[in-house]
Design a protein around this ligand. Structure first.
Ligand SMILES: Cc1cc2nc3c(=O)[nH]c(=O)nc-3n(C[C@H](O)[C@H](O)[C@H](O)COP(=O)(O)OP(=O)(O)OC[C@H]3O[C@@H](n4cnc5c(N)ncnc54)[C@H](O)[C@@H]3O)c2cc1C
Length: 305
């Protein structure tokens, strides 16, 4: 099921036709408050009362023309201003292919630098998503270049990739901000662990490796996962080592484990909810379905109203 859904995510014909179907538009609402930034910002308000921070991402990847990268960057500059003017504890998270990585890496670097600088003015981190493994090296290298000039840049690393421990060791001296996730793409066994136990084991080892530096304030650690048992194990390790609860942040997606996000925040953990929005939701939505087959049943129920 996972492989079929991830194949569907890459299929051009389905990408063009499926999003037009009303049932698909209804189903995606479970994970996305709307297609506009205004809808995403409005959905952020209830989180404020629980002390839960936000991450915002405008969906989309792989551009065909560099002028689109400028438009995306302009959009994010406007969003940074809007977040600041509303006094939200909100940060942005962006895919580098949205900023033209496929077309002109220097232009992407310039957009990343300008967005980091802008985010820094309100004391916020500019986050970089991690995409499929074809982009890992370029993304890590771009992160190194940005981080050399801007302290407030964060990067997502995927625990399922066999190369991630080496990438982490490469980045640790930079005092990075890392969002650790399991990984959402369909990767070959040569580059990624495919068994759940292996991915979970890799995730835990990477998190535990980062904890001392996170506790010393030399690294910002975001655990981007809904796997509560895994979060509990990492939290237990931190407690036993005498690290404070605040040494990491739990980051989850909008619409998933909403009650647990509030529970974690009220019990003293730092929590951040990622709100996605935009018209280009097809491939992203299929990746969410692939993560949990029960979501497919939910989507199909929308077909019958
Ligand atoms: C804040 C954040 C940012 C992310 N950024 C990236 C990124 O930049 N690059 C990338 O490759 N991946 C990213 N991901 C996705 C990530 O790689 C995983 O695919 C996703 O989080 C599912 O794995 P899991 O860690 O939640 O664990 P799983 O073992 O997949 O799930 C654990 C439990 O969480 C619940 N759950 C998980 N997923 C869903 C879902 N879709 N719907 C309903 N319940 C669910 C289920 O109860 C499941 O049993 C991000 C995830 C988060 C939370």
């Amino acid at each position: 099921m996972r492989h079929i859904l991830l194949w569907m995510a890459r299929n051009g014909w389905l990408k063009e036709h499926l999003p037009r179907l009303p049932f698909a538009r209804r189903a995606v609402r479970r994970f996305m408050p709307g297609e506009t930034a205004e809808e995403a910002l409005a959905a952020a308000e209830p989180f404020r009362t629980h002390g839960i921070g936000l991450l915002f991402t405008r969906l989309g990847e792989n551009l065909s023309d560099l002028s689109q990268a400028q438009a995306i960057a302009d959009h994010y500059h406007g969003l940074i201003d809007e977040i600041a003017s509303r006094g939200l504890d909100g940060e942005i998270s962006v895919k580098l292919t949205q900023l033209g990585l496929d077309l002109d890496p220097d232009a992407t670097l310039a957009h990343g630098a300008a967005l980091s600088e802008h985010a820094a003015r309100s004391g916020k981190t500019f986050w970089i998503d991690m995409e499929g493994s074809a982009y890992t090296e370029a993304t890590v290298a771009m992160y190194e270049r940005l981080k050399a000039e801007h302290a407030n840049v964060g990067l997502c690393l995927q625990a399922y990739l066999r190369r991630t421990p080496a990438d982490l060791h490469r980045l640790l001296p930079l005092h990075p901000a890392i969002r650790l996730v399991k990984g959402a793409y369909d990767e070959h066994a040569a580059v990624a662990f495919r068994k759940r136990s292996e991915v979970d084991g890799a995730y835990q080892s990477l998190a535990v490796l980062m904890l001392p530096q996170a506790a010393a304030g030399e690294l910002r650690l975001g655990l981007g996962t809904h796997d509560l048992a895994l979060v509990d194990r990492i939290a237990e390790y931190a407690t036993t080592a005498g690290f404070p609860k605040t040494c990491f942040e739990v980051q989850m997606l909008y619409g998933i484990r909403a009650r647990d996000q509030v529970r974690l925040a009220t019990s003293g953990y730092r929590v951040r909810d990622l709100i996605s929005y935009g018209e280009a939701w097809y491939a992203w939505y299929l990746r969410r379905l692939a993560e949990r087959p029960a979501n497919v049943a939910f989507a199909l129920r929308q077909l019958f109203g």
